[in-house]
Design a protein around this ligand. Sequence first.
Ligand code: KET
Length: 454
Amino acid sequence: MRPQTHSSSSSTDRRLNSLLRHLQNNSNSIIMDSQTTIISSSPTSAFNTNHSVFANIPQGPEDPILGVTVAYNKDPSPIKLNLGVGAYRTEEGKPLVLDVVRRAEQIILNDRSRVKEYLPITGLPDFNKFSAKLIFGNDSPAIQENRIVTVQCLSGTGSLRVGAEFLARHYHERTIYIPQPTWGNHPKVFTIAGLSVKYYRYYDPTTRGLDFQGLLEDLRSAPSGAIVLLHACAHNPTGVDPTLEQWEQIRQLMRSRGLLPFFDSAYQGFASGNLDADAQSVRIFVADGGECFAAQSYAKNMGLYGERVGALSIVCKSTDVASRVESQLKLVIRPMYSNPPIHGASIVATILKDRNMFSEWTVELKAMADRIISMRQQLFDALRARGTPGDWSHIIKQIGMFTFTGLNTEQVKFMTKEYHIYMTSDGRISMAGLSSRTVPHLADAIHAAVTRVA
Ligand code: KET
């Protein structure tokens, strides 16, 4: 399979072209940034109270993931089930605010010395310091050598976007390779920032496992210096991760080809229940002294979804380079959103720097990860009990929040229509949205879909 290109030519042209494509194709949401101005070409000169300057704006489609929740909310059925978005739910099907988060908020609330001043452009210093330790490890040489710059950003998405904008401005190679398949927002985030997106092979539907040879071949033929997006753990949507030995081979190949790793770490702690184990892929790359990018999200592992807390780290070769990189990150951030919000980052910093709160967090995190693993087993058992045709062992083998079921778009449509089960059209289900109570309903729906819809 040949990697496909998403965009080309100079950065400004690329922005405009991609925006025009969005408008013309009526595809995906339309994103405008400060560098793009649209001038109305309407010939009407007289002011007309009934005529909107946006009269010809095309209706954009819903987001493929967040749109599932929109459809779910409109469904009046009492048996409806939302397995679309990757958001944790309790056994009772309710969103969860961690006890340790409530406790941190209480501490923050009671501390009268805390004010609501602007944070620095790069965010809360303690948050940045402890976030770097969390992903790179307490004893990371790169931290000790002071050659990592970490900036607080708007959750994982904002961290990816800031990293992408920085690369588009300051890096010589504009091509980023992302896995096929990947989180649906990746190609959009990178394209709109002015990078050119290509895919590397990742998932083999026949084995329901990693296409490791395909991955190596595609990275081997990538141009020297190309950026490579890697899911740190719990690959979304497939739930298939390389083994540590495979990571080591990927590292050797990437370093030998001068490819620049950009890790997306949205599920640290959710894959295995262990924060250190889930950061091994990143740490292998940092240990060799080379450069790398890492985007961290606290949406899932601390349940801070709507607080929008995350960090972008750039590991550099020296303190001197790191400080110049930081100066340029500030120039990216300031005109985008000026500086990040204070509340969520204060919660995270409060938890990360207190030994007791940190360990309380790890217990709650492990409980979430374990509940997801138990849902995998229960769903697998339920399908086996029904004699549903097919080998469903991938449900228990896959890692993280999602099961990539192998159900096709038609089968998904059928399950939504007949069973009020909402999921993304690629057959991904969020295991965190399931509970012991709802497993039988899902198993019935899958059984019916597999036996009745081709
Ligand atoms: N990276 C990956 C791989 C990812 O799955 C998500 C979110 C993000 C980054 C961004 O998360 P943030 O909330 O910006 O920290 N994924 C889930 C939610 C979404 O699509 O926004 C999802 O796949 O359901």
